[in-house]
Design a protein around this ligand. Structure first.
Ligand code: PRX
Length: 656
C-alpha cells in the first residue's frame, strides 16, 4: 500500500515539474555577460529558471524571502523535494549504467570501484533503510567520521534520502574535537570505519570514536562501523554495529522523504575567529540548485567527462563538488582514498592518466608540494585529457599558478581559481574556463546571481575599479548558510552584524582596473593552513590546556608550502625542565585537543605578550615578528609593556 501510494504521489509530483532537463551552461563571454546582467536585474526569475530544471515533488510558491538585518533567508518557499532523488533517481532512465562514483584506492595495486547511478541508488537505499532500522528519522543528526571510502558518500546520501541531517567530521580531527561536534549537534549516530589507509600508514579511526564516546557523546545510540581494513577493533555490544551486518541485507528500495526547501540538509563545523567551531547549516532546495548550477558552469562538464576533485568529504569542497554538485549534474565524480605522494610524487598525475581525467580540482598547497618534488613527475604521464584545472581553499601564488598551467595544463587547460567558503555552500567568484579570461592569483568574476562588493571599515561600498576593501555580498544566493546550528545569534554577529545589510565574508580583496577580484586573505583571526581553516583562538585554547602554560597567542605567518603556518607565543608558568621537552608536550596537547592539522610550526616561549592598555593582545605586532618583518611595527610606545616587543624580537633572532 505504502509503495503504491508513493508511486501515485511520485507520478503527481512528476507532472508538477519539468521532465528531465539540465541546468543551462554558459557558452561564451557574451553569454556570461548577458546572463550576469539578467541575473542581477531579475534574480528571482533567474533562479526560478535554474530551479525549474530539477524535479520538485511540490513546486515552490515563492522564490525568495530575505532579510540580512535579522538574518532570515528562504529560497524556493514551500517547495518539496529530495536532493537524492535529483542526484540519483532522475538520472536512472537515461544514464543508469553510467559510472556515478569512481573510487581510486590508496594502494594503486588494489581494485578501483565503480558505482553506476543504478548501483549507487541501490546502495544509498540500503543504507537509508539501515539508518531507519536503527531509529533514525527526519531531522535526526548523524555524524560521519570516515576516510575517503565510497561508504562515506553512500552514508551521506542515505541521510539525505530519509531527511536525517548529516554532519561530516574530517577524520583527522581528534577525539576531543569529534566529541565537541557530536555534543553540539546532539547526534544520535556516528558512522565510522575501523581504520584508514593513508599513504603507507594505517590510521586508527574506530579507536578515536571510542575515545570520543569515553569523553562524552551521551546522545549517541549507535555507532555504525564500516569494515575497511579488517583490523582488530574494540567492540561495545551496547551500541556498535557492523555496516556489513546491518546495511547489506536491507531492501534496496527506499522512498525518499519529501523535504521542505528550507529543511536542513547538513551541518558542517568550521572555525571562526572566536570560540569553538560553529555548525554551518545548509538547507535542501537552495543548496541543490546552486551546487548543480555552479558545478556545470565552473567546470564546463560535458557528458562522458571524468571529473576529479581531490578534496576530502570532511570539508565543504567535498560536499559540494565531490558528492552533490557532480551527482546532481549527472557527472562521473572520482573519489580518491589516498595522498598525493604515495607511492610516489607522481600519484595524482598517474591517476589523471589512468582514468583520463577531464577536470582536475585541487588546493594550492598540493600544487606547491608537488611542484617542489620536481617537473619530472608530471612529465612521466599523459595528461592530455585534462581540459580544466581548478584551485580552491587559499590564495594561489603566481609561481604555483604558472607551474600548474605549464606542467599540468600544458598551457591549454584554463585554471579556475575558485573563491568560496563553507558558509557560501558553492563557488561564488571564479573565472569560467574558456569563457572569461584568467589572471594568476585572481578569482576574477562573480558567478551569475552573485553580487560581491568591497566595503571600507565603516561599511561604505567602494565603487569603481583599482580599489581594495573588505569582501561582502549584498544579495542572497541560494546556497548561503541559513544559520549556525543551535545559535542563530552567533550567525547574526559573525556574518551580518559587522556591516549592516551585507553578508561579511571575513576576507579582504582587491578589484583590479578591469574589475577582476583578487582575494587577499582573512582579515580576522582565522588562518588558512594548507587550505584548512583554523581559528587562532581554538589553537590558543588547546595550548592553554597544558598545565604549565599561563597564556598564549597564536598567529599565522607565510609558509612556502602550506600557504600559512601557525606561530605560537607561549608564556610558561615557572620553570620547565627543557624547552624542547616542553614544546613537544605542547604539540601533543594540540594534537589531542584538535588534531595534527592544528600543530604549530613554531613555538616561541616568551615572558610576556604585547598588550594595549585595555589588555588586548597586539596581534599585528606578533604577526609581523612571526613573518620575520620588523620593518614597520608602528607606534609601540602606547603599549602596556613595550619592552616585551624588543625581547620577543631578539629571542626570535631578528635583531642584527
Ligand atoms: O580566506 C578564504 C579562503 O578560504 C576561506 C574559506 O575556508 P573554508 O570555509 O574552509 O572553505 C574552503 C573551501 C571553499 C575563505 O574565507 N579561500 C577559499 N578559496 C580561496 C580562498 N582564498 C583565496 N583564493 C581562493 N580561491
Amino acid at each position: 500500500m505504502g509503495t503504491m501510494l508513493f508511486q501515485i504521489l511520485y507520478l503527481v509530483g512528476y507532472f508538477f515539474t519539468n521532465t528531465f532537463q539540465m541546468t543551462k551552461q554558459i557558452t561564451s563571454l557574451e553569454d556570461y555577460q548577458s546572463t550576469y546582467k539578467y541575473s542581477i536585474e531579475n534574480p528571482e526569475n533567474f533562479w526560478e529558471e535554474q530551479a525549474n530544471t530539477f524535479n520538485w515533488f511540490k513546486p515552490f510558491d515563492k522564490i525568495l524571502e530575505w532579510n540580512f538585518e535579522e538574518p532570515e533567508i528562504k529560497w524556493f518557499v514551500n517547495g518539496k523535494l529530495n536532493i537524492t532523488y535529483n542526484c540519483l533517481d532522475r538520472h536512472i532512465e537515461v544514464k543508469g549504467n553510467q559510472v556515478a562514483i569512481l573510487w581510486e584506492p590508496n594502494n594503486p595495486n588494489e581494485n578501483v570501484k565503480k558505482y553506476t547511478f543504478k548501483t549507487l541508488l541501490s546502495e544509498v537505499n540500503k543504507c537509508a533503510n539501515a539508518l531507519k532500522a536503527k531509529g533514525i528519522t527526519k531531522g535526526d543528526r548523524v555524524i560521519f567520521y570516515m576516510p575517503m571510502v565510497p561508504e562515506l558518500a553512500i552514508g551521506v546520501l542515505a541521510c539525505a534520502r530519509i531527511g536525517a541531517i548529516h554532519s561530516v567530521v574530517f577524520a583527522g580531527f581528534s577525539a576531543r574535537a569529534l566529541a565537541d561536534r557530536v555534543d553540539d549537534a546532539q547526534a544520535k549516530m556516528i558512522v565510522c570505519s575501523d581504520y584508514n589507509n593513508r599513504g603507507n600508514k594505517c590510521i586508527q579511526v574506530k579507536q578515536v570514536v571510542d575515545d570520543a564516546m569515553d569523553l562524552s557523546c551521551n546522545s549517541i545510540e549507535t555507532v555504525l562501523v564500516h569494515q575497511n581494513t579488517g583490523g582488530e577493533v574494540n567492540w561495545s555490544d551496547d551500541c556498535d554495529v557492523w555496516w556489513h551486518d546491518l546495511v547489506d541485507n536491507q531492501s534496496d528500495v527506499c522512498e525518499p522523504e519529501w523535504m521542505d526547501s528550507e529543511d536542513m540538509l547538513f551541518i558542517l563545523y568550521t572555525s571562526g575567529s572566536t570560540g569553538k567551531p560553529k555548525g554551518v547549516v545548509h538547507t535542501c532546495g537552495g543548496y541543490m540548485v546552486y551546487t548543480c548550477y555552479s558545478f556545470k558552469n565552473v567546470f564546463q562538464y560535458k557528458e562522458g567527462d571524468v571529473y576529479w576533485c581531490t578534496a576530502d568529504i570532511g570539508w565543504i569542497t567535498g560536499h559540494s563538488y565531490i558528492v552533490y554538485g557532480p551527482l546532481l549534474a549527472g557527472a562521473t565524480t572520482m573519489m580518491f582514498e589516498g595522498v598525493p605522494t604515495y607511492p610516489d610524487a607522481g600519484r595524482f598525475w598517474s591517476i589523471c592518466e589512468k582514468h583520463k581525467v577531464n577536470q582536475f580540482y585541487t588546493a594550492p598547497t598540493a600544487i606547491r608540494a608537488l611542484m617542489a618534488k620536481g617537473d619530472e613527475w608530471p612529465q612521466k604521464y599523459d595528461l592530455s585529457s585534462i581540459k580544466v584545472l581548478g584551485s580552491v581553499g587559499e590564495p594561489i601564488n603566481v609561481e604555483a599558478w604558472e607551474w600548474y598551467d605549464k606542467h599540468i595544463g600544458k598551457g591549454k587547460a584554463p585554471i579556475v581559481d575558485t573563491w568560496w567558503q563553507t558558509e557560501t555552500g558553492g563557488i561564488l567568484i571564479t573565472p569560467l574556463p574558456g569563457i572569461t579570461d584568467t589572471k594568476p592569483t585572481f578569482a576574477s568574476y562573480p558567478m551569475p546571481g552573485v553580487q560581491p562588493v568591497l566595503v571600507d571599515t565603516e561599511g561604505n561600498e567602494k565603487i569603481g575599479n583599482g580599489i581594495e576593501g573588505l569582501l561582502c555580498i549584498k544579495f542572497p544566493w541560494p546556497s548561503m548558510l541559513r544559520t549556525t546550528y543551535g545559535d542563530h545569534d552567533r550567525c547574526c554577529q559573525t556574518y551580518f552584524s559587522p556591516f549592516k545589510g551585507y553578508y561579511f565574508t571575513g576576507d579582504g580583496a582587491k578589484r583590479d582596473e578591469e574589475g577582476r577580484i583578487r582575494i587577499i586573505g582573512r582579515v580576522d583571526d582565522v588562518i588558512n593552513v594548507s587550505g584548512h581553516r583554523i581559528g587562532t583562538a581554538e589553537v590558543e585554547n588547546a595550548i592553554n590546556a597544558h598545565p604549565e602554560v599561563i597564556e598564549s597567542a597564536v598567529v599565522g605567518f607565510p609558509h612556502e608550502i602550506k600557504g600559512q603556518g601557525i606561530y605560537a607565543y607561549v608564556i610558561v608558568d615557572g620553570n620547565i625542565n627543557s624547552n624542547d621537552e616542553f614544546i613537544s608536550e605542547v604539540l601533543k596537547v594540540v594534537v589531542k585537543e584538535i588534531g595534527p592539522i592544528a600543530k604549530p610550526d613554531e613555538i616561541q616561549i616568551v615572558s610576556g605578550l604585547p598588550k594595549t592598555r585595555s589588555g588586548k593582545i597586539m596581534r599585528r605586532i606578533l604577526r609581523k615578528i612571526a613573518s620575520k618583518d620588523i620593518s614597520n611595527l608602528g607606534d609601540i610606545s602606547t603599549l602596556l609593556n613595550p619592552e616585551v616587543v624588543d625581547e620577543i624580537i631578539e629571542q626570535a633572532g631578528l635583531k642584527a
